[in-house]
Design a protein around this ligand. Structure first.
Ligand SMILES: Cc1cc2nc3c(=O)[nH]c(=O)nc-3n(C[C@H](O)[C@H](O)[C@H](O)COP(=O)(O)OP(=O)(O)OC[C@H]3O[C@@H](n4cnc5c(N)ncnc54)[C@H](O)[C@@H]3O)c2cc1C
Length: 305
């Protein structure tokens, strides 16, 4: 089955979502090429093991229609019948354009897929991970949006050999661009994630979590409750409508453990929860539970590291 993996470049590298899909495609022995979309000048994203095309777009352009046109052309000229993309803002936008061009409905929330009797069969997670359903795709081109962390990323030696296609800016006038500053370890790749919830009581107390994160070189996340309260930017939200993380250690500080939060962190390898309510659902997931007040437990941990 001729396959196109729609990849992304983040910080001059192939995104972790792209590397996860490449690993899965290899395990199914799919015949694939990678088309990566980004705005970096000369990212090191080529590989001797697959063909790579880099579609370079302007960092200022917020429009994806020209990129989607190029992708659509590649898919149709090369008779691609399976498109695999990580479920990110950019790829969701691009796949929406493709679905119109190719008259094919995208299948989203994919957590696994297989090829059975020549058809693509997917496993999908919905309702905050509480329900799983399966699809068998009958359209001539299958478009899959795959949830991050569904597969392990492949370890690749990357080079600078790939084809580059530059796309024109669209003729939309941009008045202003807001770029969220990123500093310190990022949620997607950090081995330790410390997340805060309403049980940190006040925004000012997040400094305790920051101190702990600095000591452990950890990324900081939060629940939707505190993001909605303006304690943290949305880019740090973990859960169904935020990011999915799968670190070696996840420390939940004052988080009840609602299913919508769990779906973004339940696959972490070791979960530590601090909550004053011993009945909090987060303890059902935790490998280590600390029943206590975050405002006294976290300073004690900080003192002892
Ligand atoms: C469609 C939809 C999508 C959603 N998406 C997300 C999502 O992506 N991510 C997400 O996180 N949520 C999401 N939610 C919200 C989710 O349902 C919960 O409301 C939210 O996760 C609760 O956040 P919380 O644990 O911080 O707050 P709470 O549920 O209020 O829990 C606070 C916890 O802190 C404990 N606590 C209080 N004080 C202390 C203290 N001093 N010391 C120790 N513990 C203390 C309490 O016992 C309690 O367990 C979504 C909801 C919906 C409907």
């Amino acid at each position: 089955m001729k396959t196109l993996i729609l990849g992304e470049v983040i910080d001059n590298k192939l995104s972790s979502g792209t590397l996860e899909i490449i690993n899965k495609a290899n395990s199914l022995s799919l015949e694939y090429k990678v088309v990566t979309v980004g705005s970096s000048d000369a990212p090191v994203i080529g590989s001797s093991t697959f063909h790579q095309t880099y579609i370079k777009r302007s960092a200022e352009s917020l429009q994806f229609n020209n990129v989607a046109d190029k992708l659509s052309q590649i898919i149709q000229e090369e008779n691609i019948s399976l498109v695999l993309a990580p479920s990110t803002y950019q790829c969701r936008d691009l796949v929406s354009f493709l679905s119109v061009d190719l008259l094919s409905s995208p299948v989203s929330n994919v957590i696994n897929f297989d090829i059975q009797d020549g058809s693509v069969v997917t496993t999908n997670s919905i309702n905050g991970g509480e329900s799983i359903y399966k699809t068998k795709i009958t359209s001539s081109c299958s478009l899959l949006l795959i949830r991050p962390k569904s597969f392990d990323p492949i370890d690749l030696e990357l080079n600078s050999e790939y084809e580059t296609i530059e796309v024109e800016n669209s003729d939309i006038e941009i008045f202003d661009v807001f770029k969220e500053e990123k500093s310190g370890p990022q949620l997607e790749d950090s081995k330790i994630v410390i997340s805060a919830g309403r049980g940190m009581v006040e925004k000012e107390n997040l400094s305790l979590v920051e101190d702990l994160a600095n000591k452990l070189n950890a990324a900081i996340g939060g629940t939707r409750a505190i993001v909605d309260a303006g304690w943290m930017p949305y880019s740090q939200q973990v859960g169904q409508t935020g990011k999915t993380v799968k670190p070696d250690v996840y420390i939940a500080c004052g988080i009840s453990g609602a299913t919508q939060h769990q779906v973004g962190m339940k696959d972490s390898k070791f979960i530590i929860a601090i909550n004053k309510d011993e009945e909090a659902p987060i303890f059902q997931l935790a490998d280590l539970g600390i029943v206590g007040d975050t405002l006294s437990v976290i300073p004690k941990i900080n003192e002892n590291i």
